[in-house]
Design a protein around this ligand. Structure first.
Ligand SMILES: *Cc1c(COP(=O)(O)O)cnc(C)c1O
Length: 341
């Protein structure tokens, strides 16, 4: 499929000059900073690096990518919103999403006044190729959001490349849970598909949700667009520093992922024994989507014991999404569930 980035960008953005911090020109020089109206006193008085190069280098190394492919957001949430703001014209363009999938795609689309076209997943929450080809042949959607492993269903998309290849527009592959999954990251497909954007986050497997760091990967041209058009200081200096410290201990992060996956196996075994459970959907992530006879009742009973689960997705009746916690949290969950029956 012929892809021309210039025809994808919202026309008026071609002429927009982004904010340029003067400091970026004097990075290796010792200068007195009287340029940004900061307070000269205090521990956090300076603006952070606008383009955190050290953090990006580390993230590139971990993800087997090049720094010129990378761009960072205040959580991948910000990058989802920016994708729409860069490529989609309000009151005119549409995006395409899987249904059910991560609810924020639709929320950001509404905030940006975009139409949302939905690809209905089958009863196993899989995309169907025939249906996909049929839908896109009638669609003008500029951006397709694919989520794999999918939230809230937990399963991975089979033959991801098929969808990237056949969509005539930008394809965003949201890999918020990929580190838990046995599947390969789509980052290795970047050279092959100029229309591909891969989103990752430090919020899930990396255990840094509080730092708000999302990581985007795309061609250097697309990465540059995001760097130009993002808010100037979207990653705080403390987040940059703390994330780098944590990423330098990547072994510990790996160990925690291993531990969560072990716990997930045990949790699955326990859940299999619970009476009110109708179905546990296969998951490549750190949560299970579980169908109960009466999800509302289970949700409330768990809440009565101070356990909060997620009963939210409009198209998933009688399902709860439950995250894998610590060994103690998981056994508490199982204990409460077994007492309900
Ligand atoms: C959690 C989640 C995100 C958001 O991550 P942040 O980086 O914390 O904004 C993005 N996509 C999916 C599918 C998620 O589940």
């Amino acid at each position: 499929m012929e892809f021309n980035l210039n025809t994808m960008i919202r026309p008026h953005l071609a002429g927009v000059k982004s904010y340029q911090t003067l400091r970026d020109f004097f990075l290796n020089q010792k200068v007195v900073f009287l340029d940004a109206n900061e307070n000269p006193f205090g521990d956090f008085n300076r603006y952070p690096d606008g383009d955190p190069i050290q953090l990006k280098k580390k993230l590139a190394e971990i993800n087997l990518a090049k720094t010129e492919n990378l761009f960072l957001g205040n959580g991948s949430d910000e990058l989802i919103d920016l994708t729409m703001r860069i490529f989609c014209e309000p009151a005119k363009d549409s995006i395409m999403i899987m249904n059910p999938s991560f609810v924020m795609y639709e929320i950001y689309a509404k905030m940006n006044n975009l139409q949302v076209e939905k690809l209905q997943l089958n009863s196993d929450f899989e995309l169907e190729k025939g249906k996909f080809l049929d839908t896109i042949s009638k669609s003008q959607a500029k951006v397709l959001f694919l989520c794999t492993p999918n939230n809230p269903t937990g399963n991975s998309i089979d033959d991801l490349e098929f969808y990237i290849q056949n969509f005539n527009g930008i394809v965003v592959v949201d890999e918020a849970y990929i580190e838990f999954s046995p599947e390969d990251s789509a980052v290795k497909l970047l050279n092959k598909y100029p229309n591909l954007i891969v989103l990752k986050t430090l919020s899930k497997a990396f255990g840094m949700a509080g730092l708000r760091i999302g990581v985007g990967f795309a061609s250097p041209e697309i990465a540059n667009l995001f760097i130009q058009l993002k808010p100037p200081y979207n990653i705080s200096s403390e987040s940059q520093k703390l994330a780098l410290e944590q990423l330098n201990q990547v072994e510990e992060i790996q160990n925690n992922i291993g531990f969560i996956l072990e716990e997930k196996k045990k949790l699955k075994k326990g859940l299999d024994q619970i009476n009110g459970v109708v179905k546990i959907y296969p998951s490549d992530a750190n949560f299970f989507l579980i169908e109960f006879k009466d999800a509302q009742l289970i949700y409330q009973k768990l809440l009565d014991k101070n356990i909060l689960t997620s009963l939210r997705h409009p198209s998933l009746k009688n399902c709860l999404r439950i995250s894998v916690g610590t060994a103690q949290e998981n056994s508490e969950l199982l204990k409460v569930l077994s007492e309900i029956n």
